[in-house]
Design a protein around this ligand. Structure first.
Ligand code: SF4
Length: 458
């Protein structure tokens, strides 16, 4: 008979959803390995499967339910966690046979359920754990989650209901994790949370200590400290608060990448108000100008929703004019999709699907022309790039202006010289299409460096 106390159990893991969910998955996987469990790549070999789900839009719910069904069919022992897990009645009604259902960021709960099903080995082999934990992203870049939850009340979103109000991680803990990631070989940190610029608000910017140094729990202090670790630091999901100006100043100083991922969602004051978002788009254009004057090499990425309930033809034209005037570098756009539980579902004036689709395609074609012009304007530039992948013929890389997995890539012809993913090189941009750039490798670049002009320190 197998002694279950000493058997090393294998856990299968399916990770769906956004970068924030990826961080949750990494935490669970890291804990599993720390306790001596093995991770199985196949359903058949796994003793149990954890499915980390997404519940943000209808398509994500369907994908999550499909993944749960597949894991049940192929393994049978399934724990559901993540955003869809917050709607446990939906999951349980569809799949009554799942072992347990938890919500997002539920490391302790998931581990407790796994312990009850499959006791951990009595002598956890801590040396199984690579330094920096288990990463689902390639070793040279890693997501670093700095807070959980959100204090905003955007009417199309249920994240505050799913994940609760903003809870910021202690600044010292984040910086220690960042240092561990850097010593594990990470060259770029992607800072994520639901509302990154709000970091610390919930603690009233509490004073904390890191390496004996007093630091306030605030995004500017955190960014400045991260910027001194000698790697690239990229901020995602920056809500357009007034203090974003200070972050752009840090970008101009070369401390963090000059890349602002600022979800604006719309420009029409009426729609922004219905979305419960800041509603002054003239001001936004002025602020974009101001940010660009502080940091001329700034890349701005944003996302927009078209076909929000009550969006008139005039509202949509307002948005198109804003897109023309703002000349953003990268834009993601979506048609409005009602999410169960979102306040916006009760708004009058639902837009028919075909009009939503038509507006989306008009917005995207307007923006594609702008994005293409912006890429063309980079021809002839010499940029520092971080190598992501190498094939016998091609190097895939990205510069400060492209977020990995989100924006386009820089494609470079491979040469005989030995290079590896995670190395910085200098490249000259020689061609561009609508999304990607083509470049020539100039020379290897020193390992620790900053990405662009460094202004004289004040
Ligand atoms: S700021 Fe983002 S996470 Fe928070 S409510 Fe708005 S859309 Fe949702």
């Amino acid at each position: 008979m197998i002694d279950t106390i000493h058997k090393i159990h294998k856990i299968g893991f399916i990770s769906l959803g956004c970068p924030k969910a990826t961080v949750d998955s990494e935490r669970i996987l890291t804990q599993l390995r720390a306790e001596g469990y093995l991770i199985s790549a196949s359903y058949e070999e796994a003793d149990l499967v954890v499915v980390n789900t997404c519940g943000f839009i209808e398509a994500a719910v369907t994908e999550s339910l499909d993944a749960i069904g597949e894991a049940l069919a192929n393994n049978g022992q399934v724990i559901v966690t993540g955003c869809l897990g917050a709607q446990s009645d939906v999951v349980k009604a569809t799949f009554p046979e799942v072992l347990a259902v938890t919500g997002p960021a539920a490391l302790t709960e998931v581990m407790a359920i796994i312990h009850a099903q499959l006791p951990p080995p009595s002598d956890p082999r801590l040396d199984l754990l690579p330094p920096g934990g288990i990463k689902l992203t390639p070793r040279h870049y890693a997501y670093l989650k700095i807070a959980e939850g959100c204090n905003q009340q955007c009417s199309f979103c249920i994240i505050p209901q799913l994940r609760g109000p903003l809870i910021s991680r202690p600044i010292g803990e984040i910086l220690t994790e960042a240092e561990q990631l850097v010593s594990a070989g990470v060259k770029e940190l992607l800072i994520v949370s639901q509302d990154t610029a709000a970091y610390g608000v919930d603690t009233r910017y509490r004073l904390d200590f890191w390496q004996g140094r007093p630091l306030k729990t605030r995004i500017t202090e955190l960014s400045r400290a991260l910027g001194q670790l000698g790697i690239w630091v990229r901020l995602h999901y920056v809500y357009p608060y007034p203090h974003v100006d200070q972050l752009v100043e840090l970008m101009a100083e070369g401390l963090i990448l000059p890349y602002l991922d600022v979800p604006l969602q719309h420009s029409s004051p009426a729609i922004l108000q219905a979305m419960r978002r800041p509603a002054n788009s003239d001001n936004l254009l002025r602020r974009l100008d101001h940010w660009r004057s502080i940091c001329p090499e700034l890349t701005v990425r944003s996302t927009f929703i078209v076909g929000f309930p009550g969006e008139t033809a005039a509202d949509f034209e307002h948005l198109l004019a804003f897109i023309q005037a703002a000349r953003l570098d990268r834009v993601g756009a979506f048609t409005y999709s009602p999410i169960a539980g979102a306040a916006a579902n009760h708004l009058p004036g639902a837009i028919p699907e075909e009009i939503k689709e038509e507006r989306l395609s008009r917005l995207m074609s307007t923006q594609s022309a702008i994005s293409a012009q912006k890429l063309q304007a980079r021809m002839g530039q010499t940029v520092t790039v971080l190598i992501d992948e190498i094939t016998p013929t091609t190097i895939y890389a990205h510069s400060a202006a492209e977020a990995p997995e989100i924006d386009g890539v820089i494609i470079i012809e491979a040469q005989a010289k030995q290079l590896s993913p995670g190395e910085f090189i200098q490249a000259k941009i020689i061609d561009a299409d609508e999304h990607d750039l083509y470049a020539k490798n100039l020379a290897t670049h020193p390992r620790h460096h900053q990405h662009h002009r460094v202004k004289a320190q004040k």
